[in-house]
Design a protein. Structure first.
Ligand SMILES: [Zn+2]
Length: 113
């Protein structure tokens, strides 16, 4: 029988390097995606997508690139993993699921991410 540790894991418990790699991979993937969508938009018939769908996908890719770049910038500034609202550490479980998270779960009730 194990004793459950009632401790909230934070960013300090895991090398930030792993999350940085996830963010960098996402940044590259979304940049490639946006390039692909831009190329499709120029093709006759938009490569099978209607222009409305292409717009939605492009906006989503641009947003993901912006979110990821923001998170990487915060890493280089040393503020990554802290809630931008209450300044408390964002739980690691949340960062693993959403590496670009800017707010803790509590503050995120009124944030877009
Ligand atoms: Zn917060």
């Amino acid at each position: 029988m194990t004793i459950a540790a009632h401790k909230t894991e934070t960013i300090a418990d895991e090398p930030q390097e792993l999350l940085r790699r996830m963010l960098e991979e996402k940044f590259v993937a979304q940049t490639n995606r946006l390039t692909e969508l831009t190329i499709r938009g120029r093709l006759p018939g938009h490569g099978g997508y209607d222009s409305h769908t292409l717009d939605i996908l492009s906006v989503a890719a641009r947003q993901a690139i912006a979110d990821t770049a923001h998170a990487l910038r915060r890493m280089s500034e040393g503020t990554y993993g802290l809630c931008e609202d209450c300044q408390r550490p964002i739980p690691l479980g949340r960062l693993r699921a959403v590496p670009h998270a800017r707010y803790c779960t509590r503050c995120c009730r009124h944030c877009p991410d």
